[in-house]
Design a protein around this ligand. Structure first.
Ligand SMILES: Cc1cc2nc3c(=O)[nH]c(=O)nc-3n(C[C@H](O)[C@H](O)[C@H](O)COP(=O)(O)O)c2cc1C
Length: 238
């Protein structure tokens, strides 16, 4: 694919900011990574960083600011934590917003004229709508930090896709793949993520009873492995 350039002749760049601490196993990274792959196939240059790494040192904070300044599109991919964003991601977004608002000494260098933020969020509960407040938080970040909001995708049943590359996760993720393909096509054209993509992403991956059954089985296996299966229903404070 021919490299895509912006109006000034520079490469079009997209940055993936991953909010999960789970590394390679992260469902957020897997979804965000697939989207980045599609953007790259469409000619954009892509880069990836985790929120934790972005905060790790002053040097990394500078790298983050530089990468954000250069990006035409920042995709924030994260798991839902307690109906909100994981704490390191909140901190990283605050750092970016503070600098862009001029509250930090180093002011942003000139980058692409229009900069956009999109979000991909997924959660452990079966319903995608659990993520609505978290998406609204990222939209508010975009507004306060001077980005255009390009829209978001929200998925439930995140536990079902953990650790598997999307192209190896089978028919269960067909709607997710379609949603991300549609989103990538729109973002490449400078359009917002379409409603159709958001609706496909929000579809259940499997019947709720099956997801709950598998989740419970996984929890029991884990409890057994750690020798606490018999105490799994303990209520020590009652
Ligand atoms: C501290 C913590 C809080 C969580 N809070 C929620 C929650 O409020 N609602 C929910 O549906 N899932 C919640 N989850 C589940 C994660 O969103 C889910 O496991 C997700 O798939 C993890 O994504 P990742 O692999 O990218 O880290 C929570 C998980 C953790 C570890």
């Amino acid at each position: 694919m021919k490299a895509a350039k912006d109006g000034s002749g520079a490469m079009r760049k997209a940055l993936l900011l991953v909010g999960s601490p789970r590394g390679a196993k992260s469902a957020s990274r897997m979804l965000g990574g697939y989207l980045m792959g599609k953007l790259e196939a469409g000619g954009m240059e892509t880069a990836e960083m985790t929120a934790a790494a972005a905060l790790q040192s002053t040097e990394n904070q500078h790298r983050t600011h530089k990468a954000v300044d250069a990006a035409e599109l920042v995709v924030v991919a994260f798991p839902l934590y307690v109906d909100g964003l994981p704490a390191p991601l909140v901190q990283a977004l605050e750092l970016i917003a503070d600098r862009r608002k001029g509250s930090l000494p180093a002011s942003p260098v000139a980058g692409p004229r229009v900069q956009r933020v999109a979000a991909v969020v997924q959660c452990g509960f079966p319903e995608a709508r659990q993520n609505e407040a978290a998406l609204a938080i990222v939209r508010q970040f975009a507004k306060e930090a001077g980005f255009e909001w390009a829209g978001g995708l929200a998925m439930g049943m995140g536990g079902a896709v953990t650790g598997k590359p999307l192209d190896k996760a089978g028919g269960m993720v067909r709607n997710v793949v379609k949603a991300l393909d549609l989103a990538a096509a729109a973002l490449l054209e400078g359009r917002d993520i379409p409603e159709e993509a958001a609706a496909l992403m929000g579809k259940r991956l499997m019947p709720t009873w099956l997801y709950t059954f598998m989740g419970n089985r996984g929890m029991k296996r884990s409890a057994k492995k750690h020798g606490v299966l018999k105490r799994a229903n303990a209520r020590p404070y009652e």
